[in-house]
Design a protein around this ligand. Structure first.
Ligand SMILES: *Cc1c(COP(=O)(O)O)cnc(C)c1O
Length: 376
């Protein structure tokens, strides 16, 4: 029994330093980090541009609160809404908080309360985000949830059509469910959502906390679908390891959050904004995104060559991939770690690969080689 609450099942290694895709533990053992701190360290560890950004900003000003103008927030918002249909941003500190903002914005804007979400989704641990989450194990023991969330089967067009009525404020989904098992939305389902949202006063919230910021090979994963969300939430990759999160919304939503209606003390502080701006300046370059796609195709090809497809199904988008092993993967994650590869599970049967977006092909080769040693 230690001084920490027991809410994580932590692995026993402690990572003390990192560079790019490689990290070292306190015994000096080297690992390829294919977790990226759960899709957070999109530029790998100790990226020189991020180190420089945080150093320089830390010598100027760390925090001012949102009592004052924030030119850094404005520039970051402008970068995030450039070349897409969004107009405005709000910054906060975590994925759950970004989803809270999205849910509050959708309810206040429509004047309606009902929100449709999906089984195996994950939206965070605060009461609103937890109530939106379609996994009982996340909710158990915490008493009454926030009302008016309806959880439907994912990718089931008929169930969705049957559940939509005038009380629905928003439909909320992940384009690729991360925690729920690396399950992508189907084209048919995306098209059905699009049609419903276009022909009714229902907003579309896309939770891009894990899929956003280049993770799937485009700036946001929705760009690879027909969907045009009214609101996206983002967090994990946005600060490359510094906690910053936010939402983007369309121009129609601008008047909904008037002064004093929503906020957060730390949200968009100058340190976070300086780091996020550096992340976006790198990741949103088309050449960088093209490389993510290319490395994704390379990794998928190597996995499919190396692992018998009748035993292992590879799925996902970009550098957010899952290997469905058809059996419990807890012990496999431990074996990978022993062999020098850090992985994270997604649901009971899926190994999730979330390398830094800067991973090299040589590191991909090395990771696949390690995977084969304990999977075959
Ligand atoms: C991680 C995650 C969240 C929660 O983010 P926190 O920063 O842990 O609050 C929400 N939605 C999705 C899709 C996530 O992957």
């Amino acid at each position: 029994m230690g001084a920490l609450f027991n809410n994580y099942s932590r692995r026993s290694i402690s990572i003390v330093e990192g560079n790019g895709t490689v990290v070292k533990d306190s015994d000096g053992k080297r690992y390829l980090d294919f977790t990226s701190g759960i899709a957070v360290c999109c530029l790998g560890h100790a990226h020189p541009a991020l180190v420089k950004a945080i150093k320089e900003q830390s010598e100027k000003i760390w925090h001012t609160s949102n009592l004052f103008d924030s030119p850094g927030q404005v520039s970051l918002a402008e970068s995030l809404v450039k070349d897409n249909h969004f107009s405005h941003a709000f910054f906060c500190n975590s994925g759950a908080e970004a989803n809270e903002a999205a849910i509050k914005l959708a309810r206040k804007h429509t004047g309606k309360h009902h929100i449709i979400t999906f089984e195996q989704s994950f939206h965070g641990r605060t009461f609103g985000a937890m109530s939106a989450t379609g996994q009982e194990k996340i909710q158990k023991g915490f008493g009454p949830l926030v009302e008016k969330f309806t959880v439907l089967p994912f990718n089931d067009v008929e169930a969705l059509k049957g559940a939509v009525d005038d009380s629905v404020a928003a439909i909320m989904l992940e384009i690729v469910q991360g925690e729920g098992g690396v399950n992508a939305v189907t084209d048919d389902f995306a098209n059905a959502i699009k049609e419903i949202c276009e022909t009714s006063n229902i907003l579309l919230i896309v939770d891009e906390v894990q899929t956003g910021i280049g993770r799937t090979g485009t700036r946001f994963a929705f760009e690879q679908t027909t969907l045009k969300p009214d609101i996206v939430s983002m967090a994990k990759g946005l600060g490359g390891g510094f906690p910053i999160a936010g939402i983007l919304g369309t121009a129609e939503l601008y008047d909904t959050f008037g002064p004093g209606t929503h906020g957060t003390t730390f949200g968009g502080n100058p340190l976070g904004v300086a780091v996020a701006q550096t992340v976006i300046d790198i990741v949103f370059q088309q050449s960088f995104l093209d490389e993510v796609k290319e490395k994704s195709a390379y990794l998928v090809q190597k996995l499919q060559e190396g692992l018998p497809p009748e035993l292992f199904t590879v799925r996902g988008k970009g550098l957010m991939l899952g290997i469905d092993c058809g059996k419990e993967v807890g012990s496999l994650v431990a074996k990978a770690e022993e062999a020098g590869l850090l992985l994270v599970a997604a649901g009971p049967n899926v190994l999730r690969l979330l390398p830094p977006l800067t991973v090299s092909k040589a590191e991909i080769d090395e990771a696949v080689k390690i995977l084969k040693t304990f999977l075959l």
